[in-house]
Design a protein around this ligand. Structure first.
Ligand code: CDP
Length: 212
């Protein structure tokens, strides 16, 4: 009999806590973990490295088709300017199509996976056994990102981080293909006043009930 495959989708905007939750859930359940934002960031890094324009769909598509594992280890992968460029390349339907098969294959590999992103519960894995959508106030998310950047030795100005996040949220939510939004059957959680442990505990109770 085929091994059962478990898929858990975690979606939400920047610094909503989805990466932290997805990693913890993957550890807890012994599943693989895919940070799908890293794929779009890696595409953006490739385009920028080649002197291309993230707004050009053909450059993005070529970069996505030629993506290599080492692109996911680019030293500037998590930089804010790469996040902005990722949000521009990710609005191109051909870029999304080029990354879709990889994400679905990853999800289908036993024993299964936790995928975090913007469209996992809605487009990539609409059949996921459990779907979680996290959000938090813009101010809280900007504070979290500044702290995260500081831990990595990058000093940033909170008002600028907040503005960049707002631009990115608007682009991600407003695009025509696979916009950022909660799946209708997702558990939605506002993490503004929740600790990572509280988010994890609530997610665990929900998943336990769903996967029973
Ligand atoms: O870490 P952060 O939340 O700031 O961003 P990320 O998850 O690394 O994603 C970077 C950008 O990639 C987002 O702003 C989206 O535009 C795009 N993205 C997407 O379109 N679909 C996904 N499944 C994941 C990310």
């Amino acid at each position: 009999m085929a091994e059962p495959v478990v898929t858990i989708a975690v979606d939400g905007p920047a610094a909503s806590g989805k990466g932290t939750l997805a990693r913890r859930l993957a550890d807890h359940f012994g599943l693989n973990h895919l940070d799908t934002g890293g794929l779009y960031r890696a595409v953006a890094v490739r385009v920028l490295r080649q002197g291309g324009d993230p707004a050009d769909e053909a450059s993005g598509e070529t970069a996505a088709q030629n993506l290599e594992t080492q692109d996911l280890e680019a030293p500037n992968l998590r930089a804010e300017e790469v996040g902005q460029a990722a949000s521009i390349v990710s609005a191109h339907p051909k870029v999304r199509a080029a990354l879709l098969i990889y994400q679905r294959d990853f999800a289908a590999t036993p024993p299964g996976a936790v995928l975090d992103g913007r469209d996992i519960g809605t487009v990539v894995c609409p059949e996921a056994g459990a779907k979680i959508y996290l959000d938090a106030s813009l101010e809280t998310r900007a504070k979290r990102r500044v702290k995260e950047l500081r831990l990595r030795g990058v000093e940033s100005i909170e008002s600028r981080v907040l503005q960049e996040m707002q631009d990115r949220d608007a682009r991600d939510s407003g695009r025509a293909v696979a916009p950022l939004k909660a799946a209708e059957d997702a558990l939605t959680m506002d993490t503004t006043d929740l600790s990572p442990d509280e988010v994890f505990d609530r997610a665990l109770s929900y998943i336990a009930a769903r996967l029973e």
